[in-house]
Design a protein around this ligand. Sequence first.
Ligand SMILES: [Zn+2]
Length: 96
Amino acid sequence: MHEHCPSCDVRYEVEPGFFYGAMYISYAFTVGIMLVGGILVFNFLNDPPAEGYVVPITTVSLLLVPANFRTARVLFIHWFSGLKYDPSAAAKHENS
Ligand SMILES: [Zn+2]
């Protein structure tokens, strides 16, 4: 992840450890992925033994880690950083 926005140079991590809170959002995503995965396995694989749940759900969860990580940070910075979208910020950065 970039430390500053490549377009407008805003610093993403507004204070040290700012993104620790994003782990809670990431956790919620992972729980949702596992619940949906469990329901899908139950319905489409006819309620297999425990390994039949663990292997596909763990695989899908691990494959989605990069998307999960970034989406959680994007949501966290939008909800809690106090940064607001400024359409002219990129132009201001180019002029300075
Ligand atoms: Zn920017």
